[in-house]
Design a protein. Structure first.
Length: 277
């Protein structure tokens, strides 16, 4: 079984030390095989904020796959934004803005959806869509296939449509057809799992809240996701009736920070059934 810790929108510069320590403790307890950080790692892309972020992820004790968010490009330093927008990010997290993690049961593909000329909105190009689809087409049936972006590829609330990733419809159709199971993101500080309908095969969007920042929404505390893949669990009613005693789900756990106890607690478990031929 593989365990993935999905965190997002850490916004270093606004981090809450008790929440940082609680998340480090959660990682120590749950032993993730991979940490996925889906952007907005810093608040203002300052060198000190990137240093703090790197020190934090080193404390988590697991391999990291990260992509930048719009906050990870300097906002007020226009010269840096135009000439070397990712220099500070790459100094902390390496030069690959679209990393890939592959193991016997995981395929995780990072996509850089930020643009130096955009302050907030993200986009995915046709070249990026095709690159991801090619990698997905080469995946094995045993691999859980995750695509990581920053801005949401689908939203659960109508008022959040303004934050949708530009090019999301083409991306979801192509990636679904190529075999993606989940598209992970952040940006709006609102956690949810949303099945996307109208595609050629099952695909869900998984959003993370802000992991450790003070920039929470009233309805959403600091939170992270833990994905568990590769453990056979009892089939649900309709599958059991069809004769399937066991089925391999991806179990998505949402963990929220509880201020009174100063720990992360599991608040929900959502089973997602990847489609396999």
């Amino acid at each position: 079984m593989s365990v993935v810790l999905h965190i997002s929108d850490t916004h270093f510069g606004t981090e809450l030390p008790p929440v940082v320590d609680a998340l480090v403790a959660l990682a120590a307890q749950r032993h993730p095989d991979l940490v996925v950080l889906s952007g907005d790692i810093t608040q203002r892309a300052r060198p000190s904020q990137f240093r703090a972020a790197k020190a934090f992820v080193d404390r988590l004790g697991a391999p990291l796959l990260a992509v930048p968010g719009n906050h990870d490009i300097a906002l007020f330093d226009l010269w840096s934004r135009l000439t070397s927008p990712y220099a500070r990010y790459t100094k902390a997290f390496g030069g690959n803005l679209e990393p890939v993690h592959a193991s016997s049961d995981l395929l995780v593909i990072g996509v850089n959806t930020t643009r130096a000329w955009r302050h907030k909105n993200g986009e995915v190009s046709s070249v990026q869509i095709e690159r991801v689809a090619k990698l997905l087409n080469a995946a094995s049936p045993q691999q859980l296939r995750l695509v990581v972006v920053h801005q949401p590829a689908a939203v659960a609330q109508a008022e959040e449509r303004v934050n949708l990733l530009r090019g999301h419809e083409a991306a979801l159709h192509a990636w679904s057809a190529a075999g993606a199971d989940l598209v992970l993101g952040g940006h709006i500080h609102l956690p949810y799992t949303l099945a996307v309908h109208g595609l050629s095969r099952r695909l869900s969007v998984l959003q993370a809240g802000t992991a450790i920042s003070s920039r929470t929404r009233p309805e959403a505390p600091n939170s992270v996701n833990i994905l568990r893949w590769g453990e056979a669990v009892g089939a649900p009613g309709d599958l059991a009736q069809a004769g399937a005693e066991k089925w391999v789900f991806c179990l998505i756990e949402q963990w929220d920070f509880a201020p009174r106890d100063q720990v992360f607690i599991r608040t929900s478990v959502t089973p997602v059934l990847p489609e396999r031929a």
